[in-house]
Ligand binder design. Structure first.
Ligand code: SF4
Length: 96
């Protein structure tokens, strides 16, 4: 018997923490955005989004950009996720 199950939140979220990137991959999907000239979002905004994802109990959150590691507060973001690990069943940083 096929039964549809409704979820209260998405299973997986790809969160572009910052659009900034200092790399130049040939396959870049953001190449036309000139990522080196963009600016980082404020930490307060990023933390607010992470908090909402935690509250929604999203199963998997992927942090990327741009390049996540050029975000000046990437460590704080990571530590926040780790402190909410009961909500974040899967936390990944996907280097490309
Ligand atoms: S790391 Fe991502 S955003 Fe940066 S150049 Fe490579 S593909 Fe583009």
């Amino acid at each position: 018997m096929n039964e549809l199950v409704s979820l209260k939140s998405p299973i997986s979220v790809n969160f572009e923490v910052t659009p900034v990137c200092d790399l130049a991959c040939e396959f870049c999907f953001n190449a036309e955005m000139e990522c080196k000239k963009l600016s980082h979002p404020p930490l307060k905004r990023v933390m607010s989004i992470l908090d909402k994802l935690a509250e929604a109990e999203v199963f998997e959150v992927r942090l990327f950009g741009g390049e996540f590691f050029v975000y000046p507060y990437c460590g704080k973001c990571w530590n926040m996720l780790m402190s909410r690990i009961s909500f974040y069943r899967s936390c990944q940083m996907v280097p490309i």
